[in-house]
Design a protein around this ligand. Structure first.
Ligand code: SF4
Ligand code: SF4
Length: 398
């Protein structure tokens, strides 16, 4: 017997939706908690804001659960007689480490001294919550083998804080069992991780995918799957633009406007946005100028252009935002649509590229009778129907 769909009006559903309604933003810096990730490409794509995280409400609530456990752990450490500094006495703010002009950074849960493992030794404190399975594995294998990303995070904190030890405290969310481990500084691992961060920050292109298999076990659950395997181009923000460079003081600079870029400006981008070609997974670069790139579709060879000017000989113009909205599998139809229904604004080269496709599609969608038509042959009807479907799909992607 088929089940009735879950009601959208229960309190539980509304709570989950409330979490989902909060904006999920990109993080400004490359995080120390991320640097041990098994896929370097993921670290780079996240730092360059290629796709916004789309966590489900349940996951967002779960992150909050982990954060709520931190004050309790710190209180317990004080309760057993340790000295605990949950904020940096020099600033009154959370302990923070950074490197490479501030583009690589992390926040510590605390610093402590007087813990039973070595009462005279100051240490980094790292606090984590685990589900039953993960906790049992941690107890069995210890943190370096069971949670290498947490281990690497602590190595960065110890190296940048000039401390030799870290206390890893974890709790089992199912049973409230507590696990503690005394972790030693590993200089070699610290150096490897720092070199990795520097290399990724200085690279203008993403590392290769860890697998070309869309069902690879790491890729299958990855939030960058749509970009790496699903044919979606990057979002249009300054981090994905050819003109942006990371500079001093954790800032970014725009070579086009010759301006420093605040985080708010980076999120917005401007009309000159030009996608880094490596972030257009369905396109093969064919030519380019100061502010445009011409591509051919990898699958079928049709030409299109990204940029604010219309370079007519290379096919229709797409703004970066349009390329992001148009999945690679729809690009062939989108190109046909632009070729079949040219809009004067597009042909004259508007200064506002984001207006192009939406205006074109508005015209088609709201005034179909305006399109001059002769009675269509059957194959033409099918072709136009396909194009209209692609328009609807594109609209739905907005
Ligand atoms: S989808 Fe795969 S290759 Fe792409 S970032 Fe994720 S893990 Fe790396
Ligand atoms: S050209 Fe515009 S979108 Fe590109 S980096 Fe400069 S301000 Fe950002």
């Amino acid at each position: 017997m088929s089940q009735l769909p879950e009601s959208q009006h229960t309190t539980a559903t509304q709570i989950v939706k409330w979490y989902e309604s909060k904006p999920q933003e990109h993080r400004p810096h490359m995080g120390a908690s991320m640097i041990g990730h098994s896929c370097e490409r993921y670290i780079w794509l996240s730092w360059r804001w290629v796709l916004k995280p789309e966590f489900k409400g349940r996951m967002l609530r779960l992150f909050g659960t982990g954060q709520r456990e931190e004050p309790r752990f710190l209180e317990e450490l004080k309760g057993i007689g340790a000295e605990v500094w949950d904020v940096d006495p020099a600033t009154g703010n959370q302990w923070r480490v950074s490197a490479f002009n501030g583009h690589f950074a992390g926040s510590l849960d605390g610093v402590a001294k007087g813990v039973p493992e070595a009462p005279k030794t100051p240490c980094v404190v790292e606090l984590k919550t685990h589900n039953e399975k993960s906790f049992n594995e941690l107890v069995k294998k210890k943190v370096q083998a069971a949670k290498p990303q947490h281990y690497d995070q602590m190595q960065i904190y110890m190296g940048l804080m000039d401390l030799e030890r870290a206390l890893y405290l974890a709790c089992n969310k199912n049973t409230d069992d507590v696990y503690s481990e005394w972790v030693h500084f590993d200089h070699d691992r610290f150096s490897v991780l720092m070199s990795r961060a520097q290399r990724l920050i200085e690279s203008a292109e993403p590392p290769l995918r860890i697998s070309t298999d869309a069902n690879h076990f790491e890729c299958k659950w990855c939030s960058m799957w749509k970009h790496c395997h699903g044919g979606q181009a990057a979002e249009a923000n300054c981090r994905t633009c050819c003109f942006a460079t990371p500079v001093e003081n954790a800032e970014w600079h725009c070579a086009k406007l010759k301006l420093p870029l605040t985080t708010a400006m980076q999120r917005e981008a401007c009309d000159h946005h030009l996608l880094l070609p490596a972030l257009v997974p369905f396109g093969e670069v064919q030519d380019g100028g100061d502010d445009w790139v011409a591509y051919s579709l990898k699958d079928s060879g049709e030409m299109f252009v990204n940029g604010p000017h219309n370079i007519k000989e290379f096919g229709p113009l797409f703004s970066s935002k349009e390329l992001h909205m148009t999945n690679g599998s729809l690009m062939q139809l989108a190109i046909q649509t632009k070729n079949e229904f040219p809009v004067s604004k597009v042909l004259s080269g508007t200064t506002h590229p984001y207006a192009d496709l939406s205006t074109a599609f508005d015209d088609i969608a709201t005034h179909p009778d305006d399109i001059p038509v002769k009675p269509d042959k059957r194959e033409d009807k099918i072709k136009k129907e396909k194009i209209r479907t692609s328009v609807k799909n594109l609209e739905a992607l907005k």
